[in-house]
Design a binder for this molecule. Structure first.
Ligand SMILES: *[C@@H]1O[C@H](CO)[C@@H](O)[C@H](O)[C@H]1NC(C)=O
Ligand SMILES: *[C@@H]1O[C@H](CO)[C@@H](O)[C@H](O)[C@H]1NC(C)=O
Ligand SMILES: *[C@@H]1O[C@H](CO)[C@@H](O)[C@H](O)[C@H]1NC(C)=O
Ligand SMILES: *[C@@H]1O[C@H](CO)[C@@H](O)[C@H](O)[C@H]1NC(C)=O
Ligand SMILES: *[C@@H]1O[C@H](CO)[C@@H](O)[C@H](O)[C@H]1NC(C)=O
Length: 448
């Protein structure tokens, strides 16, 4: 007999961030046509229903899967999609928890007040990091930063997106007075368009690298030993689409082939161990390839997405790279290679894991947030072509990580904007610790 458990989480842990008028939304009530929930289905050991079974059902119902772990699957449901999934769950005996996603987070204001009075001259006092930012606001932010720090920051064009937006990298280096050879550190923002916190965090890190060393969470001291290369918006077209049309869009916005009925390629499919088949949903039983309409459609061949080429081509021009962090959400994990295989272990695994462990402790020192560490395959699932594997195995970057930022599944991709600053701060600590490990000395991190 089915024992489905419905829990509407009242945001116990983070109640302070809930505006008082926003009750958690449920289904079946009147006037809630546009309710959104994040449902975590738990898979217990030896259960007759497996993660693959759930993914197969999700695929059949065309549901939006947000996270896949070995013991749970997170699915985003609306009042339109919930009933069919609920029916399946009732017959499955699987337990699940629901978290209601506040309307204002699912539908952020896209008409914005005239921006620019953020005053970027102080990291801690600036108002920039109080909210998610449109692509235009990000452009203004970057220009203001460069105006304030012309000797240390510059913009480098790296090519065009499939909708012909210019892509760029923000390079941050110390004043060019020292001839000492620096180690290159690459940071990429949200490849998957809906992972907004990844881009906000990349912006915070850029600001922290340029902040006066006397400020809390300033990362300026790292510029003595590192040059930073930040691709703040790896997927500009997808990002714009999440603001204008679909907050939960995942891929780029490429039209694939003349008669394609669907748009977009999963960006996180670089040309190392690339495969035409995704490993999920349901281990992708499709013999010919992955459905072009699926969020994880990898393209028809490796390197089909111009954005992916631009990033890889840019990386090859950079000297002496030592670290790469691919910022993502969500799940609170620092993951090292490999992604394509759970059986293969990199020869640098011991150093990679030790550095990640130290980085997770430094991160926790900021606001008490716990991150897990391990290989990407072991923490998530087997996925070919991941940027983390490419940067390690092809670009030769020894310390290559995917960092899934907050949270663990209450808000998922719609993390409240109040968390942008704390997430930026803890990530600054994490990067400082990693940088210290790489150069063989401890960097002081900020504790609260
Ligand atoms: C699952 O099955 C294995 C092998 O049959 C058994 O050793 C294990 O105790 C089972 N676990 C649970 C939680 O029942
Ligand atoms: C911006 O902040 C700096 C440092 O906090 C301050 O000195 C300056 O007056 C501020 N500028 C404006 C326009 O508010
Ligand atoms: C931030 O603002 C506070 C309060 O106005 C001020 O005391 C402090 O000096 C400012 N910090 C910076 C770095 O401008
Ligand atoms: C960089 O140079 C500028 C002007 O030459 C100077 O104002 C600034 O303090 C320098 N910054 C550092 C970190 O040395
Ligand atoms: C299988 O893959 C092919 C080629 O990408 C695609 O046209 C087809 O729709 C897919 N079928 C399913 C059921 O995903």
């Amino acid at each position: 007999m089915a024992v489905a458990m419905l829990l509407v989480l009242p945001y116990l842990a983070h109640a302070t961030f809930m505006p008082p008028h926003q009750e958690p939304l449920g289904f079946g009530k009147t006037g809630q046509e546009d309710a959104h929930i994040l449902r975590r289905v738990k898979v217990v050991e030896n259960s007759t229903v497996t993660v693959d079974d759930i993914l197969g059902v999700a695929e059949n119902f065309n549901l939006d899967v947000w996270q896949v772990r070995s013991s749970s699957v997170d699915v985003h449901l609306t009042s339109g999609t919930e009933p069919s999934f609920h029916h399946f769950l009732e017959g499955s005996g699987l337990a699940y928890t629901d978290s209601a996603l506040p309307y204002s987070l699912v539908h952020p204001q896209s008409i914005r007040p005239q921006a620019s009075a953020w005053n970027l001259s102080s990291l801690s006092n600036s108002t920039f990091h109080t909210d998610y930012r449109t692509i235009d606001e990000i452009g203004i932010f970057v220009k203001q930063l460069i105006d304030l720090h012309p000797d240390q920051a510059r913009l480098v064009p790296i090519g065009h997106s499939s909708e012909h937006r210019e892509m760029f990298a923000l390079e941050i280096t110390a004043n060019r007075t020292s001839l000492k050879k620096k180690t290159g550190f690459v940071i990429t923002g949200a490849q998957h368009a809906r992972e907004w916190i990844a881009t906000s965090t990349a912006l915070f890190i850029a600001h922290a690298l340029l902040a006066d060393p006397s400020e809390s969470y300033s990362m300026a001291s790292l510029l003595n030993t590192f040059d930073f290369y930040l691709v703040l918006l790896p997927n500009p077209d997808g990002y714009v689409y999440t603001w204008e049309t679909d907050r939960f869009w995942y891929k780029n916005r490429q039209v694939v082939g003349a008669k394609a009925k669907c748009v977009g390629i999963d960006m996180n499919r670089f040309g190392y161990k690339w495969k035409s088949k995704a490993q999920f949903p349901a281990k992708n039983k499709n013999k010919t390839g992955t459905d072009p309409c699926a969020p994880w459609f990898p393209g028809n061949r490796a390197w089909e997405a111009p954005e992916v080429n631009n990033i890889a081509n840019y990386i090859t021009t950079l000297p002496n790279l030592g670290a790469h962090i691919d910022l993502r959400s969500y799940g609170q994990m620092i993951s090292s290679p490999f992604s394509f295989s759970c059986k293969r272990t990199p020869k640098d695994a011991e150093d990679q894991l030790e550095a990640a462990l130290g980085a997770s402790q430094a991160l926790k020192a900021a606001h008490g947030t716990s991150f897990t560490t391990g290989s990407l395959c072991s923490l998530l699932y087997k996925a070919p072509g991941n940027i983390v594997d490419y940067m390690y195995a092809r670009a030769g970057i020894k310390f290559s990580y995917a960092v899934h930022l907050r949270d663990t599944g209450t808000y998922g991709f719609v993390l409240p904007p109040e968390w942008i600053r704390p997430v930026g701060e803890e990530t600054a600590n994490m990067i400082k610790s990693l940088a210290g490990f790489i150069v063989g000395k401890k960097c002081a991190v900020t504790t609260n």
